[in-house]
Design a protein around this ligand. Structure first.
Ligand code: FUC
Length: 774
């Protein structure tokens, strides 16, 4: 994080593997002996009693997850730079380069900085309009307790140490950062803990950081050697050489997608003013900026081979960050990756997919020791050590659907790339997640469905459960298992293996509770019809079936879709940042672009609160970080995904262009987004809310079923074939959902859907089509 302060520049340094603790597990093996008692109590409706036991025997007595920690900050103190003018600061997200400039007297000072992917250093270049005028002192500060800051005789500034002990786990990540400078003119001096530059023409600062972390089980790396090697290699290159290599590595991803919603004079204003004014001016480009900022953030925080973007991405500045800046896997970490595939950043999904693979190994012991089950399980949080036990307390931590949910990301990756070798490599993860449920599901004594018990609908409680979150067979979990079983069955079919296993899943899938529409016309959150229409909890987990899953659709399941809409209306719009991000996706899936846009407007409201707040709504900080509050990066990613879902959806058996275009975007264009089955929207343009032209590339071949808002033809004049029957493209197979159970008290209205046109376009691998409006 570059602060861009004039007198005291702060370069806040994080490295993705600097976490408290060391390899550890946090299972509570007391669980197994009490499982039957807990289940019995929950089935008898004695949730509060069950909760007390769960807190003792399921919730961990060890680590509730470790903390992602900052290394520290490099500070550059410029004496006499207090009286400046012409201050300018930017983050150029088209190049991933920051710049700060200002004038003192008649001298203009400029600083440019970047974090280079190919060269593994943070690099800052300081220049001036007057030779010999750059003087400053560089020093380190750190919130780390066990850190040594030292300048070396070679005039390098170093910081090294070991991360914190936390919750019974000894801190054992060793980190090292080295700062070395290249001067043009002037002098460089070192004293014990700082470097002083005097009268230089230009200075280039190189910063390397490394740790001893190899993987979640192995911290035997050599941080000194790594930090020195990175630095030595980069130091041979000039800023002028590092800059284009960095830009090229960044733009390889960034340039794949271009969005244009129109531009007005509002773009001339600084970002904070645009944010402040967004709701009262016409500034469609601000949405584009926010959209692309989400992609910038993912590119910058989730490079292949690295760690997955955590709760604050990589931008946490606190030694005790909110929720430890770890991975909350009952929504937040998954949300970080919603834009990955569809905004053409599939490679950046890899760190998350690797985390799921790691959990599928670590979680086997958790399944066995805690529940006597085969397969693997993960609860509501994990961290760099891939803990899979239950943390915090019964009302949050006992949720055990995260293995099922996160493994869907592996399947999603396959749906976009169609690579059967990849599918074969991740099949054991899907199978293991399913196997856990084969062993863990129990028959409900009253309804006779197969249910998870203990279970909970993430973080929401009910007075009907004596204020406890615990229950059996909650809707979200049922949807997750339905989806997990369905994808595992499909994967086994594609790989032509495990017929008996797949058959077991089919038999069990039939016995899961169907979705239910309750007395208020709402989609039921719990097995019993106890939802409170006044409940406005930020988690609306039972809408998992609407998004990210595709079990609810206005076209395929109109009643469930209407119930989901009723639920969304009950819960209201005001919510934390990530919850608003989710709501954009939900309203898009409900084909209501104006409501989705309303949520975008809410999200693009300035927030300055940095403490934790649940009520009153989230929004956006001046630097466009999502405000839960506090800063949580998930909302940025959720909204980027949602904007894509407004323009194109591909989860419901077809590629749907403009499913939820708001009135606020009457014209525009987008290039490079991706649909499942390997279709790429090379470009599409719309005007007066009508699709004018679309160019679509088929990377995998197969039938392209296309739903569009107005009639289209091929650009050579040929008519398009009207779609008939089921979509033959295997990537577009959508599982049939069991009919919902509907309360006799429920009133359900299923509004007429806007007219649309559906075509089937058979494609060859690599073929590109251009279609134009008729
Ligand atoms: C869950 C959410 C909070 C927050 C935290 C990281 O506990 O309910 O709102 O997002 O995760």
């Amino acid at each position: 994080m570059i602060y861009g302060n004039v007198e005291k520049e702060i370069i806040q340094l994080n490295e993705h593997t600097v976490w408290s603790g060391s390899p550890n597990r946090n299972d509570n093996s007391l669980s197994l002996d009490s499982l039957n008692v807990i289940r019995q109590l929950i089935f008898e409706g004695k949730q509060k009693e069950a909760e007390r036991i769960v807190n003792r025997v399921i919730i961990t007595k060890k680590s509730h997850g470790q903390k992602f920690e900052p290394v520290g900050s490099l500070q550059l103190a410029f004496e006499g730079h207090d009286n400046f003018s012409n201050y300018y600061r930017e983050l150029d997200i088209e190049r991933a380069v920051t710049k700060t400039s200002y004038t003192i007297g008649d001298i203009t000072y400029t600083r440019e900085a970047l974090a280079s992917f190919p060269d593994r250093v943070v690099i800052m270049r300081l220049t001036t309009s007057k030779p010999g005028s750059i003087s400053f002192t560089a020093s380190f500060t750190t919130p780390q307790k066990r850190a040594t800051i030292k300048a070396t005789p070679q005039k390098e500034l170093t910081i090294f140490g070991t991360t914190s002990d936390h919750e019974t786990v000894k801190g054992m990540v060793n980190y090292k950062s080295i700062v070395r400078m290249k001067l043009e003119g002037g002098s460089l001096n070192a004293n014990d803990t700082s470097l002083t530059v005097k009268n230089a023409n230009a200075v280039t600062i190189y910063i390397s950081i490394a740790t001893n972390f190899n993987n979640y089980k192995d911290i035997s790396g050599d941080e000194n050697k790594r930090a020195t090697e990175y630095l030595n290699k980069a130091f041979q290159k000039s800023y002028a050489a590092i800059l284009p290599a960095h830009i090229a590595a960044y733009q390889k991803y960034f340039n794949r997608v271009k969005l244009d919603l129109g531009t007005t004079d509002a773009v001339k204003f600084p970002t904070d003013e645009r944010l402040k004014n967004f709701n009262s001016t016409n500034d469609p480009q601000f949405v584009t900026l926010y959209y692309q900022f989400g992609r910038y953030l993912l590119i910058s925080s989730s490079q292949p081979g690295g760690q997955a973007a955590n709760l604050q991405g990589i931008w946490n500045d606190r030694i005790n960050p909110p929720w430890d800046s770890k991975y909350t896997i009952n929504i937040n970490a998954e949300m970080n990756y919603w834009p990955a595939e569809k905004t053409n950043l599939a490679e950046l999904h890899e760190p998350f997919l690797q985390m799921v693979k790691d959990m599928s190994v670590a979680g086997q012991q958790t399944a066995k020791d805690m529940y006597g089950a085969r397969g693997w399980v993960a609860h509501h949080n994990t961290d760099i050590w891939r803990i899979t036990g239950a943390i915090d307390g019964a009302n949050w931590g006992a949720f055990n659907g995260s293995g099922g949910w996160t493994s869907q990301h592996l399947w999603e990756h396959y749906l976009y790339n169609g690579d059967k070798n990849f599918l074969a490599s991740i099949y054991p993860v899907l199978k293991g997640a399913s196997t856990f449920y084969i062993d863990y599901l129990v028959e409900h004594p009253k309804y006779h469905w197969l249910v998870v018990n203990p279970d909970e609908s993430p973080e929401n409680t009910s007075p009907a459960h004596q204020g406890s979150a615990l229950d059996a067979g909650v809707t979200m979990t049922n949807q997750i298992i339905f989806e997990l079983f369905s994808t595992t069955i499909k994967a086994a079919e594609i790989l032509k293996k495990d017929f008996t296993f797949a058959d077991t899943l089919k038999q069990m899938r039939k016995r899961l509770p169907p979705m239910q529409i309750g007395q208020h016309g709402q989609l039921q959150e719990w097995l019993d019809d106890i939802d409170d229409p006044k409940d406005n909890h930020r988690h609306i987990s039972h809408l998992y079936g609407l998004f990210p899953s595709n079990q609810i659709s206005p076209y395929r399941t109109p009643q469930l879709s209407s119930a989901a809409k009723t639920t969304l209306i009950h819960r209201g719009d005001v919510s934390t940042g990530w919850s608003m991000g989710w709501k954009v996706n939900w309203w898009a899936r409900l084909l209501d672009g104006n409501h989705a846009y309303k949520l975008i407007r809410n999200q693009l409201s300035p927030v300055s609160t940095t403490g934790t707040r649940y009520e009153g709504g989230g929004g956006t900080y001046n630097n466009l970080f999502d405000a839960h509050p506090p800063f949580q990066i998930d909302g940025n990613f959720g909204c980027t995904s949602g904007i894509t879902e407004m323009l194109m959806q591909s989860a419901n058996g077809e590629v749907h262009l403009f499913p939820a275009l708001p009135d606020a975007w009457p014209m525009g264009s987008i290039k490079g987004i991706k649909a499942i089955g390997g279709f790429e929207i090379v470009s599409m343009e719309w005007k007066d809310t009508k699709l004018v032209k679309a160019v679509i590339k088929s990377h995998l071949g197969g039938n392209l079923r296309l739903r569009v808002p107005n009639e289209m033809k091929l650009n050579n004049g040929t008519a398009l074939k009207k779609a008939l029957g089921e979509n033959k493209n295997p990537f577009y197979h959508v599982e049939e959902i069991p009919a919902p159970i509907i309360s006799p008290k429920a009133t359900i209205t299923t509004p007429a859907l806007k007219e649309s046109f559906i075509y089937d376009i058979p494609s060859q691998r690599g073929q590109v089509f251009t279609i134009i409006s008729k």
